[in-house]
Ligand binder design. Sequence first.
Ligand code: FUB
Length: 342
Amino acid sequence: TGTDSTNLTSSSNDPFKNAISQPLVSHIFTADPSAHVFNGRIYIYNSHDYEAGTPENDNGDHFAMKDYHILSMDSIGGKVTDHGVALSTENIPWAGRQLWAPDAAYKNGKYFLYFPLKDKNDIFKIGVAISDKPEGPFKAEPEPINGSFSIDPAVFTDNNGKTYMYFGGIWGGQLQRWKNGKYVNESKTDLEKDEQPAVAPQVAEMDKSMLQFAEKPKDLIILDENGKPFLGGNHEKRFFEAAWMHKYNGKYYFSYSTGDTHQIVYAIGNNPYGPFTYQGVVLKPVIGWTNHHSIVEIKGKWFIFYHDTQVSKGKTHLRNVKVTELKYDDNGKIIPIDAYSK
Ligand code: FUB
């Protein structure tokens, strides 16, 4: 996350007039959508933005969210239901502040909500909460996931039933502060290390309980077209935050936000751990600083859930989720999406 929000309230020329899709809801602010189909219904696990009045900074303090509302609908374009508060910091024993981008998974009759949250020492960890229903309410475990750190969990279950968590985010997401399992409160960003390898997103298999990692998180390596890992200075392509994994035609597609260059891009690998080779842009910058998405197959078509700031007219920390179709070419390459050009 970062700053430089564009306040468009005084603009006479509406930058959203060619928007390819409309906000799914406008009675609350929603962001960072992770969509899943459970029991034939579409559920969206998103952040719940609100105006906390916190000044903007590069640590993302203005994203001061304190609860989650889960949305659902029976089909794309159908009526959207807001299921109310599914989990709140008031009911998370280890909570400090800032409930950021969540994800969810189903296993053995239970639903699991994974969430990033700062603990009482202001260090981001990843928590998990359980429910019998996809829409919650969820009950949080007393402690964060052992060995978890940073933000933006995305949980992917492979065809063989193994589940993996992908996570991490630089700058305010604190990923750059973790060295060999220890938190070092030093550089604010990785951008001071342009000649060094980019900070890597993390992957860990979940154990059978879905409440803990089955292994120590590992670096997920993203290579350029020549097989070389990206350097920190490659802001157009290196990982920043918003990890997502999906599988298409037997290949693993790892997609993510480039943060300060505001794109969603992707890389392809042959297994859940990679390495992954960079392919290109999925979603061009949206209006607002952050870009965050999920990609899901629904009844044989593919969709990207994303957000922009149409309802708040450009306020970076007051976002709204949207959805549009995503298409592949004959070689399995994703056709890049411009959210403002039909
Ligand atoms: O919503 C707070 C943060 O902004 C998320 O965790 C990031 O991915 C970015 O969208």
